[in-house]
Design a protein around this ligand. Structure first.
Ligand SMILES: [Mg+2]
Length: 115
C-alpha cells in the first residue's frame, strides 16, 4: 500500500515505453554564467518557461545535468525550486544516457566533424 507521498514518487519516476529522456544543462543554459558557488546565477526565465510548458511531461522526462560538484546539490536543488524549473532528476558531474542533450557548450557531431 502506498501513501500520498509514495504515489507521488511513483508517478514522477515511472516512465512509459515511448517516453524520451532529455538532458538539459544548467549553467549557461537555464541560468546565466558559470556557477562557482559564490553567487546565485540569474535564471533565463524564457527558457525555463519553454521547458516547463513544451517539454516537461509531454513524452519527455527532463534530467537537469550539470558539471557542478555533488557538494553543491542542495544549493542547486534550491535554485531549481526557487525558479520553478520542472524536472524529474538531477545528474551532477555524470553524463547520463538520454535521447537528446541541450547544452550551451554543445555542438553536433556532424557540425564538428563537418561530415
Ligand atoms: Mg553550460
Amino acid at each position: 500500500m502506498k501513501n500520498k507521498i509514495g504515489n507521488k514518487i511513483y508517478q514522477i519516476t515511472t516512465m512509459n515505453y515511448n517516453d524520451k529522456l532529455i538532458c538539459v544543462d544548467l549553467d549557461g543554459t537555464l541560468c546565466e554564467w558559470e556557477f562557482w558557488g559564490e553567487w546565485e546565477p540569474n535564471p533565463k526565465k524564457n527558457r525555463i518557461k519553454f521547458l516547463n510548458e513544451n517539454v516537461y511531461q509531454k513524452w519527455w522526462h527532463v534530467i537537469i545535468y550539470t558539471a557542478r560538484s555533488p557538494e553543491f546539490y542542495q544549493i542547486t536543488l534550491a535554485w531549481l525550486i526557487k525558479y520553478w524549473v520542472k524536472f524529474h532528476w538531477i545528474s551532477m558531474f555524470i553524463k547520463p544516457w538520454a535521447d537528446l542533450y541541450v547544452d550551451d557548450k554543445a555542438v553536433s557531431d556532424k557540425t564538428f566533424f563537418n561530415d
